[in-house]
Write a protein that binds this ligand. Structure first.
Ligand code: ATP
Length: 850
C-alpha cells in the first residue's frame, strides 16, 4: 500500500499509467491538409496559370480566399478534435486503490507502481500486478490471450517464465473481472504492461464514420460527378461563345468548386462533436459518435429499475423476524434474533461507509447505515467475526454467502455460513426456521407466512432480502453447493423511492413515440408497484418474470414482447433476447446496463447505455453512451438532443445544397439563353469559401427545440435525402436562382455585362445569407421568437453582409473582386431582391405546412 505522498513520487518517477497514443496531427499538418482537396489543387494551378497570363489580381484574390478558407477549416477541425478529446477524458476508466489506509477511486491513468488495487466483478484491470488477496476471482483475459473463457485466479506461486494465460497469480491490464473479488499490487504500468508491449497492434481504434457520413459521402461523390460533367459542358459552351480558353477554364473550375458540396460530411463531424459537448453537460457522455444519430431513431428504451428509474437511495423500512413485521424505528436489539439479523446483514456485506463516503452496492450500504443508526460499527463487527470465505453476489443466482468464525454466545461456537438474497430463491433452500431462540423444521405454513409477507412488502414497492444461515461442520471454502439446507432468520425490506423526474420522462417518451420498458432483477410485484407509480405499466398483466420467456421461440417472443412493459427477475441472457426481439420487429433499441454480465446486451442494443456512477467498468466499456447521473430522464433528454442534432445537420445541408443549386441554375439559364457568363470565378469562390460556411455551421449549433419530441422516431433506414427534402432544396434553390437571375437581367438590360455580373453576385451572396434564416426549420419561423434565437446565425449573417457590402462599396476592392460601382437604386434592387427570398420561401413553407 502507498501513501498519497509515495504515489505522487512514483508517478513522477514512472509517468502516468497510459498507453501512448498514435502520433497526433499537428495544427500545421491539419492546415496543410486543407489544401489536399482535389478541387483546391486545381484552383491553385489555375490561379498560377492566370497569374502567369497576366491576371495577377485574380491570382492573389484566389490565394487569399483559399488561405482564409483553410484557416477556417483548421479552426473547425482543431476545435472538433479538442471537444472529442475532452469527451474521451470524461469517460476514462477508473480504479479503486488503497492509499493512506483508505479505499479511494481514481482515474486509471493515476494508478502507479506499488499501488494496491481492489478488484470486483465488472472492474477493468488498470495495470499489471501480483495478487495478494483472491476470493473466487475470475478474469477475462481474451483481449490479451484470445482465450474467451474466464481464467480462475489464485495465490499459488507460478514460474515467471510461464505463458501469460498460465500466470494465475497475476493479473494484466486490458483484462477484466468477471466474478469474485481480489486485491493486487501493481508491478507494471503504461507501456511496460503486457498490453503496452502489444499496444501498437491496438492503436488502430480510429473513429469510424457514422452512417450519416457514409450516406452523405456517397451522395456527395455522385453529385460531384454530375457537377464536374456540368462544368465541362459550361466550359465548352463558353469557348464556343468566344471566351478565351484560359478564362473559360477558370470559370469552369470555380463553378465546380462552388457547386460541389465538399463540406457535407465534415459538417456532420462538427455538429456532432459540439452537440456531444452539450450532451456531456447534461450528463450523457457519448462514447461512439454513431450513437448520436441512432438516438434520434430510438423507439424502445429498456431501462433498469434500481438507480435509473429509482433514486438508488435505499433505506431499510422493515424487519420481519419471529413471524412479526417490525418497522426499522422499532428494532429492539435486546431481542436476540433482531440483533442476529442486524449482525448478519453487516457481515454478509461488501459495502463500506467511512465518514459518510459510501462505497459499494446501495442495497448493502442501506444495511450498514441501519447498523450505524443503531450504534453498530460495521468495521468492529467485521473484525470480531472475520470472513473466512465467500461466494460473491451475482445477479443470475441472486444470492450472496459468506463464512465466518462465530465465537458467539447467541449461537453455538463454530463456523457459520450466512446467506442473503432474493426471497423466492432462498425459500427453496431453507428447511429450518429460527423463532425465538429455538430452531425448528420449517412447515408449509411457515413458508406460506414468509411468502405472504414478501408479497405484502413487494406490493408496497419495497425491495426484500431474505437472510438465512447454517452451521458448517468443518472449516472449508464455501461454494454454491453449500447454499442449501439453511435456517431462516428473517426478511429485511427496504425502500428505494422512484426518482421525481421519472414520471415526466416516461410521459415524454410516450409523446415522442418511444415505448419505455422496465427490465429488472427485482421481484415482479415490487417492480410492478414502482412501474405503476411512474406510469410505465397500467395493468398487472403487463408484468412478467424473465423465466416465462425461456421456453419461447424467437417468433413467439416477438409477439409476446408487445404486451409486456415490466420484466422482473431477469437474467442477462433474457435481456439480450428481449432486445433482439424488438430489433427484429424493426425497432431501434436503447438498453441500460450496469453489471459485468450486461456487456453483451449493451453491445447487442443499438444504443447501449451504461451507468456512470454505479455501473461496472466493463459495462461502460461496452456502452455507446454513459450516464453520469444514472438517470432515466437523461436518456430521454439525450434522445431529444439526438433528434435535434440530426435536424440541425439536415438544415445545414439544406442551406448549402439549395444555395449551390441556385447558383448553378443562374449559370445554366445564362448559358442556354446565350447571355454572358453571369459570375467571375472570384465571385463564386468568395461566396463558397467565405460567406457560406459560417451560416452552415451556425445552423448546426441552433438552439434545441422541444418540438422534435412531438414527432415519431425517424426510421433508421430512412435516408437523409428524402423526396420532400430534395424537393425543398430544389424549390428554395429556384427562388434564389430567380432573384439572382432577375438582378442579372436588370443590370444587363440597363447597362452591360459588368454591371449585370456585379448585381448578380451581390444578390446571390446576400440571398444565401438571408436563406440561413429560412433553413432554421421546415416550418415558417418568420413571425416567431425563434427567428432571432440563434446568435451565431445572426453573427454569421452580419459578418457576411459586412463583407459583401464592403466589396460592393469600397472602390479600392472593385478591381480585385471584378465588380463595378452601383448606383443607390441598383444597390436597393440588390438588397431588395435578396431579402425577397425570405417572404417567398417562408410563404412556400407555410403553404407546404397547410
Ligand atoms: P435492476 O436490474 O433494476 O438494477 P436489481 O438491482 O434489483 O434491479 P439485481 O441487482 O440483479 O437487480 O438484484 C436481483 C435480486 O437479487 C434483488 O431483488 C435482491 O433480492 C437480490 N440482491 C440484490 N442485491 C443483493 C446483494 N447485494 N446480496 C444479495 N442479494 C441481493
Amino acid at each position: 500500500m502507498l501513501t498519497s505522498e509515495q504515489a505522487k513520487k512514483n508517478q513522477e518517477k514512472y509517468g502516468f499509467n497510459e498507453l501512448t497514443e498514435g502520433k497526433k496531427k499537428s495544427v500545421l499538418r491539419i492546415f496543410l491538409e486543407q489544401f489536399k482537396d482535389f478541387l483546391v489543387i486545381i484552383l491553385i494551378v489555375s490561379a498560377v496559370i492566370s497569374g502567369i497570363l497576366g491576371d495577377a489580381e485574380s491570382a492573389i484574390v484566389i490565394f487569399v480566399v483559399i488561405t482564409m478558407n483553410a484557416v477556417l477549416g483548421t479552426i473547425q477541425t482543431v476545435k472538433a478534435e479538442q471537444s472529442l478529446d475532452s469527451l474521451k477524458q470524461l469517460s476514462a476508466p477508473e480504479a479503486k486503490v488503497v492509499r493512506d489506509d483508505s479505499v479511494i477511486q481514481i482515474p486509471s491513468r493515476e494508478v502507479t507502481i506499488g499501488d494496491e488495487v481492489i478488484l470486483e466483478a465488472g472492474d477493468c484491470i488498470p495495470a499489471d500486478g501480483k495478487l495478494i488477496e483472491c476470493a473466487s476471482l475470475k478474469v477475462d483475459e481474451s483481449a490479451l490471450t484470445g482465450e474467451s473463457i474466464s481464467i480462475e485466479k489464485n495465490l499459488d506461486e507460478v514460474e515467471e517464465a510461464a505463458a501469460l494465460g498460465d500466470q494465475t497469480n497475476r493479473v494484466f491490464s486490458g483484462s477484466f473481472v468477471t466474478y469474485g473479488r481480489g486485491r493486487y499490487e501493481v508491478t507494471a504500468i503504461g507501456m511496460k504492461t503486457e498490453v503496452g508491449k502489444i499496444a501498437d497492434l491496438m492503436k488502430n481504434t480510429s473513429e469510424k464514420r457514422t452512417p450519416l457520413q457514409v450516406n452523405l459521402d456517397d451522395f456527395g461523390k455522385k453529385l460531384s460527378m454530375l457537377i464536374l460533367a456540368f462544368s465541362v459542358v459550361i466550359f465548352g459552351v463558353n469557348v464556343f461563345q468566344g471566351e478565351s480558353w484560359g478564362s473559360a477554364f477558370m470559370f469552369a473550375v470555380a463553378l465546380a468548386v462552388a457547386a460541389i458540396p465538399e463540406a457535407l460530411s465534415s459538417i456532420v463531424t462538427i455538429v456532432l462533436s459540439f452537440g456531444t459537448q452539450k450532451m456531456a453537460k447534461e450528463h450523457a457522455i457519448i462514447r461512439k459518435l454513431q450513437a448520436v444519430e441512432g438516438l434520434g431513431s430510438v423507439s424502445i428504451v429498456c431501462s433498469d429499475k434500481t438507480g435509473t428509474l429509482t433514486q438508488n437511495k435505499m433505506t431499510v423500512e422493515d424487519y420481519y423476524v419471529n413471524g412479526k413485521r417490525i418497522p426499522a424505528g422499532k428494532i429492539d436489539l435486546k431481542n436476540e434474533n433482531e440483533k442476529l439479523l442486524l449482525r448478519f446483514s453487516i457481515l454478509c456485506n461488501d459495502s463500506t461507509n467511512t465518514d459518510g463516503q459510501e462505497i459499494g452496492d446501495p442495497t448493502e450500504t442501506a444495511l450498514i447505515n441501519l447498523g450505524t443508526n443503531l450504534g453498530f460499527d460495521a468495521m468492529q463487527v467485521r473484525e470480531r467475526y472475520p470472513r473466512l470465505s465467500e461466494v460473491p453476489f451475482d445477479s443470475d443466482r441472486k444470492l450472496m454467502s459468506t463464512a465466518h468464525n462465530m465465537n458467539d454466545a447467541l449461537l453455538q461456537e463454530g463456523h457459520m455460513m450466512i446467506v442473503k438474497g432474493a426471497v423466492d430463491v432462498l425459500l427453496e433452500r431453507m428447511d429450518r426456521i429460527r423463532v425465538g431462540n429455538t430452531v425448528r423444521r420449517m412447515t408449509d405454513s411457515d413458508r406460506e407466512d414468509i411468502a405472504v409477507q414478501n408479497m405484502q412488502f413487494s406490493r408496497e414497492g419495497l425491495r426484500v432480502l431474505a437472510f438465512a444461515y447454517k452451521q458448517m461442520e468443518e472449516e472449508k471454502e464455501i461454494g454454491t453447493e453449500d447454499e442449501d439446507q439453511l435456517i431462516f432468520i428473517g426478511l429485511i425490506a427496504m425502500m428505494d423511492p422512484p426518482r421525481e423526474e421519472s414520471r415526466l420522462a416516461v410521459e415524454e417518451c410516450r409523446r415522442a413515440g418511444i415505448r419505455p420498458i422496465m427490465i429488472t432483477g427485482d421481484h415482479k410485484i415490487t417492480a410492478a408497484a414502482i412501474a405503476k407509480r411512474i406510469g410505465i405499466l397500467k395493468e398487472e398483466s403487463e408484468a412478467c418474470e424473465g423465466a416465462v420467456i425461456e421456453d419461447m421461440s424467437d417468433e413467439e417472443l416477438q409477439d409476446f414482447v408487445e404486451g409486456i412493459s415490466v420484466y422482473a427477475r431477469v437474467s442477462p441472457e433474457h435481456k439480450i433476447r428481449i432486445v433482439r426481439a424488438w430489433q427484429e420487429k424493426g425497432n431501434i433499441v436503447a438498453m441500460t446496463g450496469d453489471g459485468v454480465n450486461d456487456a453483451p446486451a449493451l453491445k447487442q442494443a443499438d444504443i447501449g447505455v451504461a451507468m456512470g456512477v454505479t455501473g461496472s467498468e466493463v459495462a461502460k466499456d461496452a456502452a455507446a453512451m454513459v450516464l453520469t447521473d444514472d438517470n432515466f430522464a437523461t436518456i430521454v433528454k439525450a434522445v431529444e438532443n439526438g433528434r435535434n442534432l440530426y435536424q440541425h445537420i439536415k438544415n445545414a445541408i439544406q442551406f448549402l445544397l439549395s444555395g449551390n443549386f441556385g447558383a448553378i441554375l443562374v449559370v445554366l439559364c445564362a448559358s442556354v439563353a446565350g447571355l454572358p457568363v453571369p459570375f467571375a470565378p472570384v465571385h463564386l469562390l468568395f461566396i463558397n469559401l467565405l460567406t457560406d460556411s459560417l451560416p452552415a455551421i451556425a445552423l448546426g449549433v441552433e438552439p434545441h427545440s422541444k418540438a422534435v419530441m412531438e414527432q415519431r422516431p425517424r426510421p433508421m433506414s430512412e435516408s437523409i435525402l428524402t423526396k420532400p427534402y430534395l424537393l425543398s432544396i430544389a424549390t428554395e434553390g429556384v427562388s434564389i436562382g430567380v432573384m439572382t437571375m432577375a438582378a442579372f437581367l436588370i443590370g444587363y438590360t440597363s447597362q452591360n455585362a459588368a454591371l449585370a455580373s456585379t448585381m448578380a453576385f451581390g444578390t446571390l451572396c446576400m440571398s444565401r445569407l438571408v436563406h440561413g434564416f429560412n433553413c432554421k426549420d421546415d416550418k415558417p419561423v418568420i413571425f416567431t421568437k425563434r427567428f432571432f434565437n440563434n446568435k451565431y446565425l445572426i453573427g454569421a449573417f452580419v459578418l457576411g453582409m459586412i463583407l459583401i457590402t464592403s466589396v460592393l462599396m469600397i472602390p479600392g476592392l472593385h478591381g480585385m473582386f471584378k465588380v463595378v460601382t452601383l448606383s443607390l437604386k441598383q444597390q436597393m434592387t440588390v438588397y431588395g431582391l435578396a431579402l425577397l427570398n425570405l417572404p417567398v420561401i417562408q410563404g412556400m413553407k407555410y403553404l407546404k405546412e397547410r
